[in-house]
Write a protein that binds this ligand. Sequence first.
Ligand SMILES: [Zn+2]
Length: 378
Amino acid sequence: MSLSFEVQHRDPTGARHGLLATPHGLIETPAFMPVGTAATVKGLTQEALEALGAKIILANTYHLYLRPGHVLIRKLGGLHSFMSWRGAILTDSGGYQVYSLADLRKMTDDGVRFRSHLDGSEHLLTPEKAAEIQLALGSDIAMVLDECIETPAPRSIAEAALRRTSAWAQRARKYFLENAQQNGDRPQWQFGIVQGATFADLRRESARQLLALDFPGYAVGGLAVGEPHEVTCEMAGEVTALLPTDRPRYLMGVGRPEQLADYVALGVDMMDCVLPTRAARHACLYTSEGRVLIKNARYFEDQRPIDPNCCCSVCRRYTRAYLRHLFAAGEITAAILATHHNVHFYLDIMRQIREAIRFGHLQKFAAGVRAQYRSGPH
Ligand SMILES: [Zn+2]
């Protein structure tokens, strides 16, 4: 079975409810992808992810390339088989991770030369190499290598990164088209990544250059990295307005619970973010009534669930007092239960967003979520 995407409903805001078909199941969009950096979503087993209804997760090319290595994963039947995950997988290109290495990397037109954060060994990540690794991993959706830059960035730096990102996308596309059929029964889609920092005209130019390469889907990268939410939305909107309506759009690395509907209203179909899992490990819980910082002394003898309106297995069984105790005692179960709830919360928001789109009232839903979160942490 190959991949396909179809928009089924549209909301007056511009939001789309669609169906992404992959060899590893059907995914209703807009979809949130929990982040499984090293072939595991920290704190959750694959059984737990299935029970939560996660249909697609994200895995990191950089981490899996360094450990255990894409050659081993291919030998063991690909990433789905290796980690025993029946759902779909999107792999990033490693571009953002090598950018984050700062002193350990050097960008050239050929690619990024970097030192492993694990053992200091030297590697060269090129657009072709990033595509090769992801073909070996056998993810359902692969990303091209892009150049990430710091924001706010001077225009000249953003322009140079845009040029390089487009040139790399061309090389990645060529390599992918020449080598993809060798994967045989593991069809894969390769997405392009629009860059351009916070310059609207550069965003549009980047989108136009990538459109010429005819990717089956497009991502918007380099946003939600410190700029105001309004700017993130403005830049994402500049791009989605130019993208083909029949292909999926993926906004990388977003976002806060109260922001998800804003991105969806711009016509975004896919999102990923470490927030629900990372915040959970730091005792920050997302609820229908705002954030709960569970270590707070006020929960010492609180018999209520994390979120009285949540139907997840953690909220049905455990109290705030117990969760607070587990965090105070440094028990690993604290992170497991908190992660379970937070991922459920994100997946549930997306489910509600899809329902709101079907009924054409996403704007009202978004205003409701924002009002809950304005009240701040409880
Ligand atoms: Zn819950």
